[in-house]
Design a protein around this ligand. Structure first.
Ligand code: BGC
Length: 493
């Protein structure tokens, strides 16, 4: 697929002629609150770069910068059949991927619904459920039961400290998960115990983050890819550094200093100490009312889980001030998280000048009758929130480029916000151009291209399992020396 690059970001304010003065003033205030100008973007990116470095240092910082033990990109010749499992927020996806050895692959897959209660259930329920889905998958795709033990790449996209490619101690849940007895524990033995209980003939060969999978899968089909980013329910990035640039590994590994090492940044945690991001009172409220205040503070300003909530909080506030939805019953709108990012997309995409689709949505979902000027304000607000998210997202990409001295590359991007939120790609690209001072402002000429990724948690996970099997066969390290693990774990947060 040829990606033609982002178009110019649209400006679709529409006519504001009929919007009364008090609402116009409100719109102007919202514009001030939510607009991040070039100077601020540059300052955020500079600070971000320092924080990436701090995360790699011995002292550490708020961005975890996790060495993943993925130590090379694929060379395209990888072959064989592997399983891949992705534990997402709404679905569990199981894939059987056959790598064809020529930068191509075949894939079969099934999706299983993750019951929402599972997000806050028990650890045992979670692992048993995942093992059961895997078993069902194998039984339906191999009905003869003739399966020898298969290697699995398990995409578990939460911050995990890794001392080897196949383990991960969950630092903390993100994206609204809150299951007891998993934080602080290695997820691999828990999962393998559930597999053994059900006699599922599968070995967890690699535990990976969605960003690392995205980077590796995208590099397999497009070798210019140097970064993987996810803008979905959560947000994050992975890139390759080299061992000598990771001081926190010093003395803990017997690897050549030039050995590449994929880093799972976990950049959702950027600025948890609130030094630079332009947080509004609404962002502060989201953070304070979340299950994990003062964590994932960057993520809470840009990821899909929070964009609708931000919009909702502004609307409720304006209603309380008597500025919108006068004399309407807004009880349905007062339910936290009753709006998700897809509703904002619908608001932005309403093709009618009088925004009649927005009217229908508010009637049917919230029993609220809106006036046309109110709808114009709501659309402007959605644009502002969506644009801020895209622009702030780009600061992390700019920071990695600055840290690594990357002048040109491709970035594989995935996630519901990147794929579905209107204009996210163009708005982010425009922000990158501003931060990195690109002279030729024709989007087709942008040297760093953030483009739709190859399937990270399917193909990427399978590739990483294949790369691991190969390293093991060659007698190469796939983790740190066992005698230093405890020392390392004591130093990382
Ligand atoms: C998680 C990351 C993940 C990102 C995107 C964040 O909440 O901490 O591990 O990569 O979401 O899924």
């Amino acid at each position: 697929m040829v990606h033609l690059g982002p178009k110019k970001p649209p400006s679709r304010k529409g006519s504001m002629a009929d919007v009364p003065r008090d609402l116009l003033e409100q719109i102007a205030q919202l514009e001030m609150l939510f607009t991040v100008d070039t100077a601020k973007l540059k300052a955020v990116a500079e600070h971000f770069k320092k924080e990436l470095e701090k995360g790699l240092s011995k002292e550490g910082g708020s961005i975890p910068m996790i060495p993943t033990w993925v130590m090379s990109m694929p060379d395209g010749t990888e072959s064989g059949t592997y399983l891949a499992l992705d534990m997402g927020g709404t679905n569990l996806r199981v894939c059987e991927v056959t790598l064809l050895g020529n930068r191509d692959f075949d894939i079969i897959q099934s999706k299983y619904h993750m019951p929402p209660e599972m997000k806050t259930g028990t650890s045992e329920q979670l692992w048993d459920y995942i093992a059961e889905c895997l078993l069902q998958f194998l039984q339906s795709h191999h009905p003869d039961g003739n399966i020898s033990e298969m290697h699995l790449g398990f995409t578990f996209s939460y911050p995990c400290t890794q001392t080897a490619i196949n383990n991960g101690i969950l630092q903390r849940w993100t994206k609204g998960f809150d299951i007891d007895d998993v934080e602080g524990h290695d997820v691999q033995p828990m999962f393998e115990a559930a597999l053994q209980k059900k006699k599922v003939p599968v070995k967890v060969t690699a535990l990976i983050n969605d960003t690392t999978g995205t980077m590796v899968a995208s590099n397999y089909t497009d070798p210019e890819t140097q970064m993987g980013v996810i803008f979905g329910t959560g947000c994050n990035a992975a890139y390759f550094d080299v061992v000598k640039n990771i001081p926190k590994l010093e003395g803990l590994v017997d690897l050549d200093p030039e050995t590449p090492m994929a880093i799972n940044c976990e950049w959702g945690a950027f600025d948890n100490e609130h030094l630079i991001l332009p947080r509004t009172a609404y962002d502060v409220q989201i953070d304070n009312e979340s299950p994990r205040p003062n964590q994932q503070c960057f993520e809470k300003m840009i990821a899909g889980l929070y964009l609708g909530e931000l919009h909702r909080l502004v609307m409720v506030d304006m209603h309380t001030q008597g500025l919108i939805f006068e004399k309407q019953d807004v009880s349905k709108l007062k339910v936290p998280y009753s709006i998700d990012a897809s509703l904002l997309s619908q608001i932005e995409e309403d093709p009618f000048e009088n925004l009649s689709e927005v009217q229908d949505i508010f009637e049917s979902r919230f029993n609220i009758t809106t006036t046309e000027p109110e709808r114009k304000l709501l659309r402007r607000l959605a644009e502002l929130i969506g644009t801020r998210a895209a622009r702030l997202s780009a600061t992390g990409i700019a920071a990695i480029c600055m840290k690594k001295g990357i002048k040109a590359c491709h970035v594989g991007a995935d996630g519901s916000v990147f794929n579905k939120y209107p204009h996210f790609e163009e708005r982010g690209a425009q922000a990158l151009a501003e931060m990195l001072d690109w002279k030729d402002l024709r989007p087709s000429k942008y040297p760093v291209k953030v483009q739709p990724a190859e399937d990270g948690s399917g193909v990427g996970a399978a590739l990483i399992a294949a790369l691991t099997v190969k390293r093991v066969k060659e007698g190469k390290a796939v983790g740190m020396r066992p005698d230093v693990r405890e020392k390392y774990l004591a130093t990382v947060k």
